[in-house]
Design a protein. Structure first.
Length: 593
C-alpha cells in the first residue's frame, strides 16, 4: 500500500490560478543571530552586509539552547516567542515576511511532548525541523499539532484544476486514522487469507471517504488499489479513471505498483496509462506571500480569523561537524548575493536514478516541470542516473539518492542554484549515514533542503519538481521552496532565502530628497522606477521601518518630527509588476537640531 497511508493527508489539492509571487527584500527579513556563537555572529555580519539588512532587522538571542535538537517547549520560549515579540516591539509587524537564522541554532525540534496522548499515522514521525516549525509558527506557538499535517501549508501551489476538494472534517480525520490502521494490518499480514479482512475494512473506509471527497486524486488512487486487491478489477478501473480525472498523473508509480498487478493485462488499463502520459500538467501560478495574509483550507487568502498565517524561513548556514565550514558558508552567501538578476544560462537537471524509493515520489512531475521551464525559456533535462555528469551549467538539480560524491560528477553548479536529493537523513546535520544537504552548499548551491529524521518517502514532505518552475518564474528561493512542499514540518531549508536569479532588476530614482541633505520640515518625495514593468506602489522605510506607501503618481511624505536630530536613512522601494519585484534606492539624510 505505497500510497494509501498518505491519502487523507493530501486532502486539499486544487486552487484557481492566481498571479503574483512577491519577492521579499532586505527590509522584509529578520536576521536572527545566536549571540554566544562566534560562527553565528560572523555569518550574520556577512549576510547583513551583503544584503544591506537594516539594523533594526537584526535580532541577537543570548539564551539559544545548546545542542542539535531542542525541545518544543524551549523552542517556543527561547527562540520563537522572542522572535515575534521583537517583531512587534520594534514596529516591524507590517513588513517582516521572512526569518533568516544564522548558524549556531539547533536544526531540529523534539515535538514528542506535543504529540503525547494523541494518535497519528505511522508516517507522522518526529522531530520537526527548526525552519519548518518556524514557517508554521501560527500553529507551533500554541502547540497545535495540525503543524504535522501533510496539508498544513496552505500557501502550497498544486496542480491547477477547476474542481477543488472540500476541507476535511474531524469525522474525515477519524476515518483517515482508521484507514491508516487498517493498512498497517494489511502490511503486517503473513498471508493473503490473513490480509483479506483488513483489505475489506480499508476499502470500506476509503469508499466512505471518497463519497465526501470525490475530487481527491490520492484518495481515489488508493481506493482503486484496494478494489484491485479485493479482485474487483472493473471497480478498480472505474476508480482509477476517476483518480486520473481528478489529477492523479504519477504514471511511473501506477505502472509499477504491485497493488495494481491484476490490472496490467487489461486494455483499459493500458489505455489509461497512455492517457496519463499525454495529459498536460499545469500548476497553479505563484501567489504573493505576505506574513499578514491568512489562508483558508482551500488554499485561498481569507479575512477569517480561522485562516492560518505563515512566515518564510531559512537557516543561512549550518557549520561544524560533518556540515559546512565557516568559510564555505560565507562563500555560499557571497555567491548567492551575486546571482540575483543574472538569469543563469544553465540547465535544470531532473535525475531519475535507479533508486525508485527516492526518485519515485517526485518523478511524475519531471516532464511537466521540464515543459513549464521550456515555456519560460529555461533549459532543463530529464535524465537517467544519479547526478548530472560532466556538465558545467547546473542551474538546479532534483536528485533521488541516499549518498553521492559531487566531486566525482565532473559537473559545476552555477551561482543561485537550488539542489536537493530527496533522502531520509539529509537534514540531520550532525550526520545520519547519508549525504547531508551541506554537500550541495559546499559544491556551490545557493540553497538545499532535507528532512531531519526518517520521513517515509511521501511527496508531501518534499518539494516537488515545480520548485524550479516557481524559482525560474522570478520568485525568491524561500518563496519557491514553500510553494512546492505541502507538509514542510520536517524540511530544513538552508541557504539564502532572498536569492532570486530570475527576478528582474528594478532601478529607483527620487526627487525631493538628496543624499546628505538636511531635513527640517515635512518633505514630499517623488519616486520613479525603470525596469520590467510599471510600479504597483512605492514604499518608504525610515531607518529600516516602514513609514509610508503610495500608489504611482502619488508622493511619499517624510515627516521628521518623530525623528531625533542626527543622521538617518530613507529607503524608497518600488514594488513592480505581477511578480512584485522590488528595487530600491537608499538616501542618507540628516534631521536638523
Amino acid at each position: 500500500m505505497k500510497r494509501l497511508i498518505a491519502a487523507g493527508a493530501l486532502a486539499v489539492l486544487s486552487l484557481a490560478a492566481r498571479p503574483g509571487g512577491a519577492i521579499p527584500g532586505p527590509e522584509n527579513v529578520l536576521v536572527v543571530v545566536n549571540a554566544n556563537s562566534e560562527d553565528s555572529r560572523a555569518v550574520g555580519r556577512e549576510y547583513v552586509s551583503l544584503r544591506r539588512i537594516p539594523a533594526c532587522n537584526v535580532l541577537f538571542l543570548d539564551e539559544v539552547p545548546k545542542g542539535p535538537v531542542v525541545s518544543a517547549a524551549d523552542f517556543r520560549s527561547r527562540i520563537l516567542t522572542p522572535i515575534f515579540s521583537a517583531i512587534r516591539s520594534r514596529g516591524l509587524a507590517k513588513q517582516i515576511d521572512c526569518v533568516a537564522y544564522s548558524t549556531g541554532f539547533p536544526y531540529a525540534v523534539d515535538v514528542s511532548a506535543d504529540m503525547a496522548g494523541k494518535s497519528f499515522p505511522r508516517f507522522i514521525t518526529q522531530p520537526a525541523s527548526l525552519t519548518g516549525l518556524t514557517y508554521l509558527y501560527d500553529l507551533a506557538l500554541t502547540a497545535d499539532t495540525s503543524y504535522l499535517d501533510m496539508k498544513a501549508n496552505r500557501y502550497f501551489r498544486d496542480r491547477a484544476s477547476s474542481r477543488r476538494d472540500r476541507p476535511w472534517s474531524e469525522r474525515d480525520r477519524q476515518l483517515q486514522s482508521a484507514l491508516s490502521a487498517a493498512v498497517a494490518r494489511v502490511a503486517a499480514a503473513k498471508s493473503k487469507e490473513e490480509a483479506r479482512q483488513p483489505i475489506r475494512d480499508a476499502a470500506a473506509l476509503a469508499e466512505e471517504l471518497a463519497r465526501s471527497h470525490p475530487h481527491n486524486p490520492e484518495l481515489l488512487y488508493d481506493f482503486a488499489c484496494l478494489r484491485a486487491l479485493q479482485g474487483d478489477a472493473d471497480g478498480a478501473i472505474r476508480t482509477l479513471t476517476q483518480a486520473v480525472d481528478a489529477g492523479w498523473l504519477n504514471v511511473t508509480h501506477t505502472e509499477t505498483d504491485s497493488d495494481l498487478a491484476s490490472l496490467r493485462g487489461r486494455d483499459d488499463f493500458r489505455s489509461l496509462v497512455r492517457r496519463m502520459r499525454t495529459m498536460p500538467v499545469l500548476t497553479e501560478a505563484s501567489t504573493p506571500f505576505r506574513s499578514s495574509v491568512r489562508w483558508d483550507a482551500a488554499r485561498s487568502p481569507t479575512t477569517s480569523p480561522e485562516g492560518r498565517r505563515y512566515m518564510l524561513c531559512a537557516m543561512l548556514a549550518y557549520t561544524g561537524g560533518p556540515a559546512n565550514t565557516l568559510d564555505e558558508a560565507i562563500a555560499s552567501l557571497r555567491r548567492s548575493a551575486g546571482a540575483d538578476y543574472t538569469r543563469p544560462e544553465g540547465t535544470v537537471y531532473f535525475m531519475a536514478s535507479a533508486d525508485a524509493a527516492r526518485t519515485g515520489p517526485r518523478r511524475w512531475a519531471f516532464e511537466p516541470a521540464r515543459a513549464a521551464l521550456q515555456r519560460l525559456g529555461v533549459r532543463s533535462e530529464v535524465s537517467d542516473g544519479v547526478l548530472p555528469q560532466n556538465k558545467d551549467d547546473v542551474a538546479g538539480a532534483a536528485v533521488g539518492i541516499a549518498t553521492f560524491e559531487w566531486s566525482k560528477s565532473g559537473s559545476r553548479i552555477l551561482p543561485g542554484a537550488f539542489c536537493d536529493h530527496l533522502t531520509s537523513c539529509a537534514g540531520i546535520m550532525t550526520g545520519g549515514g547519508q549525504t547531508l544537504l551541506s554537500e550541495w552548499i559546499r559544491a556551490g548551491a545557493a540553497g538545499s533542503a532535507g528532512t531531519v529524521t526518517e520521513p517515509y518517502n511521501l511527496q508531501a514532505k518534499f518539494p516537488t519538481a515545480f520548485l524550479h518552475v516557481y524559482y525560474a518564474s522570478g520568485c525568491s528561493l524561500a518563496e519557491a521552496f514553500y510553494q512546492s512542499v505541502s507538509g514542510p514540518y520536517q524540511q530544513l531549508l538552508v541557504g539564502d532565502p532572498l536569492c532570486a536569479p530570475w527576478a528582474r532588476r528594478v532601478s529607483v530614482t527620487v526627487t525631493g530628497l538628496k543624499a546628505g541633505g538636511v531635513v527640517r520640515t515635512r518633505r514630499v518625495i517623488r519616486p520613479k522606477c525603470a525596469g520590467a514593468s510599471p510600479a504597483k506602489r512605492y514604499e518608504l522605510y525610515v531607518d529600516g521601518r516602514l513609514a509610508a506607501s503610495a500608489l504611482p503618481g502619488k508622493p511619499l511624505l517624510l515627516d521628521p518630527r518623530s525623528l531625533s536630530p542626527g543622521l538617518h536613512e530613507a529607503r524608497i522601494v518600488a514594488v513592480v509588476g505581477q511578480l512584485e519585484w522590488r528595487g530600491r534606492t537608499v538616501v542618507p539624510f540628516r534631521v536638523a537640531d
